[in-house]
Design a protein around this ligand. Structure first.
Ligand code: MLT
Ligand code: MN
Ligand code: ZN
Length: 303
């Protein structure tokens, strides 16, 4: 299975339009910005599955030759989408696929699919364009992913609920499966990707998703709990209130991730305020000393 990180940043990207923090200021001048959270995977190198559809999807698709249409044709190597949550930074990109010729299969947890038909009505809006074929992503049960024609991708997917926090635009919504982690297995090679871009804890659910994986892409949103407030957001929520376990500090993911039996761990969905983004920071040195990698746009893996 081939895995490409299309975007390694959290919502807002780096630089974020209204942020003058040191990371955003540096990215404006050194050209090393980051696009928003998204990944693609493929077992055959021809048909690709998009994991989350970011607001930067258009430039992300243009940046990777394997995602281009065949010359002289209209079409796309994208065969399906899986959504791990209903957040704006993971779903808005669906609007950018509206020029498609046929309904796009979109796998999502039931609670997320309900939001996308109602409070954040992407499915309803898109139905006037090429539309989506909403497919359920049931918890716990591995499913063989298939393209629009029903042809198997050669990848099995099992989804596990990792947090129960509705998106901010639906704060009053009743409890449901809002955030899942994915365990994707190449059915031929056995190569396994664990994809957990949002995790409020490293608990049994995360252990179930990540155990013995060849690669874990894990929530690297914030270094510390009060990071947004320190960056000038006076009323900003804490990392934990947003459902993101901080990377640093006591009880942070850096302490706990090495206990998971995973061959390689890469942090993704990194907020622009996170000090580990700075290559010369002590935070970056701590991550590297733990044998963990700070994800970058366009990183590729073969599992
Ligand atoms: C999150 O990952 O917590 C959300 O995307 C934050 C947001 O942009 O509302
Ligand atoms: Mn996000
Ligand atoms: Zn910033």
């Amino acid at each position: 299975m081939r895995v490409i990180i299309l975007g390694s940043a959290a919502g807002g990207g780096v630089p974020q339009w209204n942020c003058g923090c040191p990371n955003c200021a540096a990215a404006r001048t050194d050209g090393r910005g980051r696009t928003q959270s998204s990944v693609v995977v493929s077992a055959d190198g021809e048909r690709w599955i998009l994991l989350n559809a970011s607001p930067d999807l258009r430039t992300q698709l243009a940046a990777h030759r394997v995602l281009w249409p065949s010359p002289g044709t209209r079409g796309t190597p994208l065969g399906a989408v899986i959504l791990t949550d209903g957040e704006i930074d993971h779903t808005l990109g669906l609007l950018l696929l509206r020029e498609g010729a046929a309904k796009l299969p979109v796998y999502a947890p039931a609670g997320v699919a309900a939001l996308l038909g109602d409070q954040w009505p992407l499915y309803r809006v898109l139905s006037a364009y090429s539309g989506v074929e909403a497919r359920p992503l049931e918890e716990g049960r591995p499913i063989a992913l298939t393209d629009r024609a029903g042809v198997a991708f050669g990848i099995a997917c099992s989804a596990t609920v990792v947090a129960r926090r509705p998106p901010r635009y639906a704060a009053a919504a009743p409890a449901a499966a809002w955030d899942v982690g994915l365990r994707l297995t190449d059915q031929r090679t056995g190569g396994t990707l664990a994809y957990v871009p949002t995790a409020g804890a490293i608990d049994d659910a995360v252990r179930r998703v990540a155990g013995d994986a060849d690669l874990l892409l894990f929530d690297g949103t914030f270094w510390s709990d009060d990071e947004l407030r320190a960056a000038g957001g006076v009323d900003a929520p804490t990392a934990r209130e947003m459902g993101h376990l901080p990377v640093g500090g006591p009880g942070g993911s850096l302490e706990l991730l090495p206990q998971l039996r995973v061959k390689r761990t890469v942090l993704v969905h990194i907020n622009n305020t996170n000090p580990m983004l700075c290559r010369s920071s002590s935070e970056r040195a701590q991550v590297e000393a733990a044998g963990i990698v700070v994800g970058e746009d366009a990183m590729e893996f073969e599992l």
